[in-house]
Design a protein around this ligand. Structure first.
Ligand SMILES: C[S@@+](CC[C@H](N)C(=O)[O-])C[C@H]1O[C@@H](n2cnc3c(N)ncnc32)[C@H](O)[C@@H]1O
Length: 301
């Protein structure tokens, strides 16, 4: 996969790297709008997303809704399994979190880890910080667990006792680590790292560095990575075309998850595809998803 497909378009504008980063940041909007739409028609419950993301007028295809349901449900089940295993005495690092609402949902379920960290590009974090500070539905749950009346931080970050939101580039590991430590990341605590459709926007080498950093930094850790793989079929090609049109290159799309660089530094790994995992969700499928015919293909495999 070429990483410079759009460079000629941007000769007089921002550098291709800046333009690529802008496109990648745009994927946050795409993902959260798709999730918001699926939530609005009953695929799953999320009372917090509406405070972070607008509702798009455009309807999404059932395959998209079902794909997002499977993605959110699958990751949520794994997160909860980790929390139960550690009796919540752990920390979670959601890397490339976008407008993710897991922190608020876990709080409602009384399943919060000792601390929940979110990281994304500063631009995305600034938007999220603004929404949190201006919406009591988002700020109150954080303040309830905090020892002070106000949240610490500036436009690019927010820190509290149980939740931190950090603006950082996942390709700059020294700065990432420094910022996490400033927010009291504890490398001795069992740690769950989550990347949900994030590594695919970095080169295999950059992903490898992040995975190796994580493997070397924590005493006990688990890594959940949900990424697009096997992109050479028709569905994958259409997805790549759509993303290119909206300025984001899937720079790692050629790297199969099983070959994820750095993955060999972790213990036993498993890499199931959605097509095999989806049928195991049948009992928890919401009515809207269960009533539809079985998907022929899913957005992310
Ligand atoms: C497809 S969105 C997914 C967002 C969220 N994980 C979800 O599934 O709703 C990819 C996210 O990764 C973030 N991201 C990608 N590369 C990054 C990097 N190098 N540093 C920080 N964030 C990054 C983007 O800004 C974006 O929010």
């Amino acid at each position: 996969m070429a990483t410079n497909l759009r460079s000629t378009t941007f000769n007089s504008g921002p550098s291709s790297t800046e333009a690529d980063d802008e496109g990648v940041q745009g994927t946050c909007e795409d993902a959260s709008i798709c999730k918001r739409f699926a939530v609005s028609i009953g695929y799953w419950d999320d009372p917090y997303l509406q405070h972070l993301v607008r509702l798009s007028k455009e309807r999404k295809a059932p395959e998209i809704n079902r794909g997002y349901f499977a993605r959110v449900h699958g990751i949520s089940e794994l997160i909860k399994a980790f929390l139960r295993k550690t009796e919540c005495h752990c920390q979670i690092l959601n890397l490339g979190a976008g407008m993710d609402t897991t922190f608020w949902i876990l709080k409602d379920q009384d399943l919060l880890p000792d601390k929940y960290f979110e990281v994304d590009f500063p631009l995305i974090v600034t938007r999220k910080v603004h929404s949190i500070r201006s919406r009591p539905h988002l700020s109150k749950p954080i303040l309830e667990l905090h020892s002070e009346d106000t949240l610490q931080g500036d436009g690019h970050m927010l820190d509290s006792k149980r939740y931190a939101l950090i603006g950082a580039d996942l390709r700059d590991l020294a700065t990432l680590e420094e910022k996490l430590k400033k927010c009291n990341m504890n490398t001795q605590l069992p740690t769950l790292l989550v990347t949900e459709c994030v590594l695919v926007y970095m080169t295999p080498e950059q992903s490898a560095n992040l995975i190796k950093w994580a493997a070397n930094s924590f005493e006990t850790a688990m890594f959940i990575s949900y990424e697009q793989v096997n992109m050479d079929d028709r569905f994958g090609q259409i997805m790549i075309e759509n993303l290119r049109r909206s300025l984001a290159n899937l720079v790692s799309a050629e790297a199969a998850a099983a070959d994820l660089p750095g993955a060999d530094m972790w213990g036993p790994e498993c890499c199931p595809g959605l097509v095999s995992v989806y049928p195991t969700f049948q009992t928890s499928l919401p009515r809207a998803a269960a009533a539809l015919p079985a998907p022929v293909s899913l957005p992310v495999k």
